[in-house]
Design a protein. Structure first.
Length: 310
């Protein structure tokens, strides 16, 4: 009987076959270490950038608990002495005008701006997106051109017109453009959204005998909810934070908005109360933050939908 012998497996030459198992494991460990270092570097850089971005906000909030003489020139956000006097002063108002008067004025302007933008801009956007009329492209190009025109170029002619009409020291100069679809940004936003909606919806409604008013109210408005909510959020925030318009047109302290009231706490010719100004700034941020967080989901959905075409 002849013994059967098994021939040993030939050694794999370098570069001609599969690499050895220890070498593969070492390569994987090295790749994991490199990935861990990159991830750690990314997170550390992100945290450092976050600290830089949030530092002014943290400094402002913490300064509301400092005495006024410790705010200017202070780098550390941590107060050495905690006090609530700044909030008491801010809530007490300024110049004989209660704090809640400024809040009410800002709310009236912001809510009226939202209503005006949603009504006028949605109707104008429907006309541009769904109705064919002579000169539509020319009017649309003119509207887009107004977005490129700086606000400071037209502010003097606007002031002269409103002054001649006797509307200075009223809210009309701040609201009239909202109800006349003068904000081309919102009109353009809604036009782009409507163009993404199927035209078959309009045709089916016309077959059923619906006219443009019925199509706009019953079909377009319900489908435009993301664009309408997005426009409402931006209109509210921009109106609430507007400083130059109220500064230009409002003269009576009882008509001042929150941004104008903030300026009243700092006077270079007399005493400046920086603590009360910081406290009032924090209080002015609360309605905007609550409004934003309440509709944040709709805002993200509305912006994301602008990139979709049906």
């Amino acid at each position: 009987m002849s013994a059967t012998r098994t021939a040993p497996a030939p050694a794999t030459a370098p570069g001609t076959g599969a690499p050895d198992e220890p070498a593969t494991t070492a390569l994987r460990r090295a790749a994991r270490r490199r990935g861990t270092r990159r991830s750690l570097l990314f997170h550390v850089s992100s945290l450092a950038l976050l600290v830089v971005i949030l530092y002014p906000a943290v400094w402002m909030v913490m300064s509301t608990f400092k005495p006024s003489n410790q705010i200017v020139g202070s780098v550390s956000p941590v107060p050495s002495t905690v006090t609530l006097d700044n909030y008491v002063t801010a809530l007490g108002g300024i110049g004989g005008v209660p704090f809640w008067t400024f809040v009410t004025n800002s709310l009236v302007l912001a809510v009226a701006s939202v209503v005006g933008v949603l009504v006028s801009c949605s109707i104008t956007a429907y006309a541009f997106a769904r109705i064919s009329f002579p000169g539509r492209q020319v009017f649309f190009a003119g509207m887009i051109a107004t977005m490129l025109l700086p606000f400071h170029v037209v502010i003097i002619p606007q002031y002269i017109v409103f002054n001649e009409l006797g509307l200075v020291n009223t809210y009309w100069p701040l609201l009239l453009g909202k109800f006349l679809a003068a904000d081309a940004f919102f009109v353009f936003l809604m036009i782009q959204f409507m163009r993404g909606l199927p035209g078959e919806l309009d045709e089916a409604a016309r077959i059923d005998g619906a006219g443009h008013p019925r199509i706009f109210v019953s079909i377009m408005l319900p489908l435009m909810q993301p664009a309408l909510v997005t426009s409402a959020i931006f209109a509210f925030i921009w109106s609430w934070n507007d400083f130059f318009g109220p500064l230009l047109y409002l003269k009576s302290p009882r008509m001042f908005t929150m941004p104008i009231a903030l300026r009243a706490y700092v006077d270079q010719t007399s005493t400046s109360d920086y603590g009360a100004q910081m406290a009032m700034a924090v209080l002015a941020l609360l309605p905007v933050m609550l409004f934003f967080f309440a509709f944040q989901r709709h805002l993200v959905g509305g912006v994301a939908t602008q990139g979709l075409k049906g």
